[in-house]
Design a protein around this ligand. Structure first.
Ligand code: FAD
Length: 335
């Protein structure tokens, strides 16, 4: 099987990994456009905090996620997967009561401890170093002569009828919608800003042994360094970092960790999350285009759900499975 993967963000990386694992002849092109994956914090969390419930099929997603990133760690000889407990600030007595109740049913949840009386703890979370994954995976593809940095051209699609490719897989994230030659899928851009902050001498710091969620969150990524995020914005697609959002994130942290000293902002990134209207990914045949397939709409939880659905897409391409109703790309066609 010869497949062409368009885009090497998280989706294209996972698809090319699983394709190679099956022994397929995989080629990847990427235009080098700004990607969501290159700015993402890479956090994974089995819980949704608004109502303190498990996220969609948490256990199945987590198991496949863990196995996949461990495989990728072994292939790329890098440390990608960082397990860390997540501490959730319990904002008021009602929320703390709900947390206590849910600890009875949900194995991920622990009640507050003496050390952290105002924080519930989630096990099973952490973060994946996506920028490192993207760069090491690209190096591997280049070394094997499987990668070209360039945009998709119509000729690539014609390769299907000429027999160059058996399948083309569209992993272009929010850029898919810019291609007016294609049937349009309803994949929207949710704009996010994210900071990297560093410790200054004598400053009080965010926690360095767990992720702290206080509505916003900090992730300790290396000694003296944290990621602080993120914003969520619709109807805006520019990639200019805004001073107002930076201040908003720093103020939120300041309120959550009173007395926090000056932290130095060393990076301020902006990206567009590809999100479908029902918050489920698009996985399967691309509507109206024989031989085309799509993995898109990974949304805010690409790290957790991406591996499972990339694996499922391989089974669909191989003819061993069909698209599930919930993630069928057809449901997102406009009109
Ligand atoms: C600020 C922010 C924080 C985030 N934090 C998290 C997090 O903590 N945890 C989590 O799970 N998710 C997070 N996400 C979401 C996550 O980034 C996405 O779910 C995921 O990265 C989407 O990957 P993708 O491969 O579909 O798209 P992208 O990463 O956008 O990749 C698309 C790729 O396609 C290429 N491309 C586009 N057009 C063409 C073309 N015409 N020809 C060739 N190549 C093309 C681009 O160059 C790009 O490399 C975050 C996102 C943002 C913006």
């Amino acid at each position: 099987m010869r497949i062409l993967v368009i885009g090497q963000g998280l989706a294209g990386t996972l698809v090319s990994h699983f394709g190679l694992q099956r022994g397929w002849d995989v080629h990847v092109i990427d235009a080098g456009y700004p990607s969501a994956s290159s700015v993402a914090a890479g956090m994974f969390n089995p819980m949704s905090f608004r109502r303190i419930v498990e996220v969609w099929e948490a256990e199945e997603h987590l198991n496949i996620m863990r196995k996949t990133f461990e495989e990728l760690e072994s292939i790329t000889s890098t440390k990608l997967l960082h397990d860390l407990p997540i501490h959730k600030r319990l904002a008021n007595a009602e929320y703390a009561g709900l947390w206590q109740d849910q600890t009875e049913h949900l194995k991920w949840l622990l009640p507050p401890t003496k050390c952290w009386p105002e924080e519930g703890v989630v096990e099973g979370g952490g973060w994946v170093n996506l920028p490192l994954l993207l760069s090491t995976w690209r190096t591997r593809l280049i070394d094997e002569g499987r990668f070209e940095q360039r945009p998709y051209q119509d000729d690539d699609g014609r390769g299907l009828s000429h027999g160059t490719w058996d399948a083309v897989v569209d992993c272009r994230g929010t850029a898919t919608g810019l291609d007016t030659q294609m049937p349009q899928l309803d994949i929207r851009a949710n704009r996010g800003e994210l900071l990297t902050v560093e410790q200054q001498a004598h400053s009080i710091n965010p926690p360095d042994a767990h992720i702290l969620n206080f509505g916003k969150w900090t992730i300790p990524t290396s000694p003296g360094q944290w990621r602080l995020g993120a914003s969520y914005e619709w109807n805006r697609t520019d990639l200019d970092p805004t001073a107002g959002t930076q201040q908003f994130l720093l103020n939120a942290l300041d309120s959550a960790v009173p007395g926090i000293g000056q932290l130095k902002v060393t990076q301020h990134l902006v990206g567009l999350r590809p999100v479908s209207r029902d918050r489920r990914p698009a996985v399967g045949p691309y509507p109206g285009l024989p031989g085309w397939f799509v993995l898109n709409g990974l949304g805010t939880r690409g790290v957790l759900i991406g591996p499972r659905w990339a694996l499922h897409l391989m089974n669909i391409i191989a003819g061993d499975s069909t698209a599930t109703t919930e993630t069928q790309p057809n449901r997102l066609i406009f009109g």
